[in-house]
Design a protein around this ligand. Structure first.
Ligand code: TXA
Ligand code: MG
Length: 315
């Protein structure tokens, strides 16, 4: 499929069956999930998966998450230890991704895993994603639907701003309720927090009854996509700002005077939901810089600060 025009599909049965038809034909469809919009393709189709990397400008060494309609489907693709069952029972469908040993006979495109012996799997909670996955009936590879390295999309128009003309369709499901990507837990060895995200690490530790390992920030990159510069707006980003420098605008948190507030009441759930949308909006103003208020490093605050540190990293 050569894409010239990106179709904007509604969240009705006609929109979803068109989306499923495009996936079956090897096309690319951006779909809403509870975290961010994902750029979906048939994970068994090499050409379709290759097109994801092309459309995003994503390096081929960076593997993709496979999205499934149901937790029991995961066992078709990965080995399934007790810890995986515990976490799936507690958090699926929902914003948690598990890295498990790949079953090489499962028939996925090797591009999905970038030839690693492990696979990332997730069962999203968004009703539209679930309906599309059920209708399509197969494994769907889906990274966030943004050009590689840029801010993740939490609305259909963010997807179009970045990828219009490069993908076949977007299903418009409104704003994503969680707003930061899934938490990634590695289960190929001791349970390890590879990316903080929509499920707070504390809740995962409570279910496992043990602490999660944390890869050293200075060590080798353990999740291949966890590059230090990511989620980058055009403007430079400065963290933990308590006052403004020349030409900067403030992305606030709590009771502060600012251009846009992540949460005036200091609510981290609200702040996560607003994070990428506010960064998109402030960046569109072409400021000299975006300064960001301090955000507490607890619960969803860890995922928010992780994304902000990458947005602020030298490029
Ligand atoms: O919330 C989410 O997870 C969203 C929605 C669309 O589901 N998806 C998402 O995908 O954030 P992406 O591709 O932007 O981020 C996936 C991350 C990357 O950092 C990638 O390197 C890592 O998961 N990953 C994928 N497979 C892996 C594997 N086998 N081992 C280690 N890391 C892996
Ligand atoms: Mg991404």
């Amino acid at each position: 499929m050569i894409t010239a025009r990106t179709e904007l599909l509604g969240d009705d049965p006609a929109g979803l069956s068109r989306a499923a038809e495009i996936l079956s034909a090897g096309g690319l469809v951006a779909m809403p999930t509870e975290t961010v919009y994902g750029l979906a393709a048939d994970a068994r189709n090499d050409m379709a998966v290759a097109r994801i990397f092309e459309a995003k400008g994503r390096p081929r060494f960076n593997p993709l998450i496979v999205h499934l309609a149901d937790a029991k489907d995961a066992q078709l693709y990965v080995a399934w230890p007790d810890m995986a069952q515990k976490l799936a029972d507690a958090f699926w469908p929902g914003p948690l991704t598990l890295i498990l040993p790949l079953r090489p006979e499962a028939g996925l495109s090797p591009l999905v895993t970038a030839d690693l012996p492990s696979l990332a799997v997730r069962v999203p909670a968004h009703p539209l994603a679930r309906r599309l996955l059920q209708r399509f009936g197969g494994p769907v590879a889906a990274p966030s639907a943004n050009p590689s390295g840029r801010i993740s999309p939490t609305e259909a128009r963010h997807v179009l701003d970045g990828l219009s003309g490069k993908i076949d369709a977007v299903v418009d499901g409104g704003a994503c309720p969680v707003g930061v990507e899934s938490t990634i837990v590695g289960l190929t060895g001791r349970p390890t927090l590879l990316r903080p995200g929509g499920v707070p690490g504390e809740e995962i530790e409570a279910v496992l009854g043990q602490p999660l390992e944390h890869p050293s920030p200075d060590g080798p990159i353990s999740a291949p996509g966890q590059l230090r510069s990511h989620y980058a707006p055009g403007a430079s980003v400065r963290l933990n700002a308590t006052e403004l420098k020349d030409g900067e605008i403030l992305l606030g948190f709590g009771a502060v005077d600012c251009a846009l507030n992540l949460s005036a009441t200091g609510d981290l759930t609200e702040a996560a939901a607003n994070l990428f949308g506010h960064l998109h909006a402030l960046d569109a103003l072409n400021p000299n810089g975006i300064a960001v208020s301090p955000i507490p490093e607890t619960g969803l605050g860890r995922a928010i600060n992780d994304r902000l540190r990458r947005a602020a990293a030298p490029r």
